[in-house]
Ligand binder design. Structure first.
Ligand code: ZN
Ligand code: ZN
Length: 333
């Protein structure tokens, strides 16, 4: 299989084609059903301008994400000439598929058949790998699509609410050649539902990546750390709630990230409680005089603080950096 340099090369992914169709439907429904009826108010024009800006940004950053080659610099250099760094041991890692020495956090993507610098994941929606080269475009695309779908949802709700006004119903029927307002309501309602679903998915993905950036790990490293953590945990009979939670985490990585953040927050809270228990509590002057001073009180209090705070790992995702050891490695499914 030839190396894929970007996501606009054939064959296209079905997810990618689906995203093009969905974006096309959103744009068509907005400019076809919303714009003609809202050019006569300042609020309508402002919403149209905002929507156009977010949709334009989504298209531009979507193109940049898809078209940017995220390959390791050594792989790109090898395409145009003999590799400057080659042979096992020449680089930090050596990829036997690309036959080139690559950087430590580079991983080989089997779908693109190339090594990707600071490999994050292979995204089927843009049909290419996300890595150091296009990660910033990918984040900007998520933010722009999130804004676009939020505005799409807002305008759909506004249009549906507007149908309670008889003059707006007359405008709809006049503008669209007698189209029943019920048909307009159904179209806008479906647009709103699709926009709500897209907004939820995109925003949870965006927050997931913001969490990864905060922790300094990639999606690949996060998944590897999660699998390692799961393998280390002893099998225990789980409740229905636990099984449900495990299943949710597999399908929605954002929840895993939230859970890790919660674990970390709980550990910090426990550590703060432990520190607070070590410090003597401030008491008022009258209390101070009435309480007998007993040596060693604070020491006994510190012993009562939860000891698990310092024993617990600081978060499995952080171990992901340690997982980056050898290349080539399989891309996550
Ligand atoms: Zn490779
Ligand atoms: Zn890939």
């Amino acid at each position: 299989m030839a190396q894929r340099q970007h996501g606009l090369q054939r064959p296209f992914d079905s997810h990618q084609v689906g995203s093009w169709v969905l974006i096309g439907c959103f744009l068509g429904l907005f400019y076809g059903l919303y714009l003609p009826l809202h050019l006569n108010t300042a609020a309508g024009i402002a919403l149209i301008a905002l929507y156009s800006a977010s949709a334009g940004s989504a298209l531009v950053f979507g193109f940049l994400t898809t078209h940017t080659d995220a390959a390791d610099p050594a792989v790109i250099a090898k395409r145009v000439g003999p590799p400057t760094v080659s042979g096992p041991g020449a680089g930090i890692n050596y990829c036997y598929l690309c036959e080139v020495g690559v950087a430590k956090r580079t991983r080989h993507c089997r779908r693109c058949d190339k090594c990707v610098a600071i490999f994050d994941h292979h995204c089927p929606w843009v049909n290419t790998c996300i890595g150091e080269g296009n990660y910033r475009y990918f984040l900007a695309m998520l933010a722009a699509v999130g804004a676009m779908t939020a505005l799409q949802l807002a305008t759909a709700v506004q249009a549906c609410v507007g149908l309670t006004d008889s003059s707006f119903v007359r405008d709809v029927e006049d503008t669209y050649g007698g189209m029943p307002s019920a048909v307009y309501a159904v179209l806008m309602g479906l647009t709103g539902l699709a926009a709500l679903a897209a907004f939820f998915l995109v925003s949870q993905l965006l927050f997931f990546h913001l969490g990864l950036i905060h922790r300094g790990v990639t999606t690949y490293e996060f998944i590897v750390a999660q699998r390692r953590k799961a393998a280390q945990q002893p099998e225990r009979p789980s409740s229905r709630w636990q099984r449900c939670n495990d299943e949710l985490q597999k399908n929605a990585p954002c929840l895993s990230m939230c859970q890790l953040c919660c674990e970390e927050a709980m550990q910090k809270r426990a550590a703060r409680r432990k520190q607070a228990s070590v410090r003597p509590r401030p008491v008022s002057g009258t209390q101070m005089s009435s309480l007998p001073q007993r040596p060693g009180t604070s020491k006994r209090m510190s012993g009562s603080a939860p000891s698990s705070a310092s024993d617990a790992p600081p978060g499995s995702a952080r171990r992901g950096n340690g997982a980056a050891s050898s290349a080539p490695s399989p891309a996550p499914a």
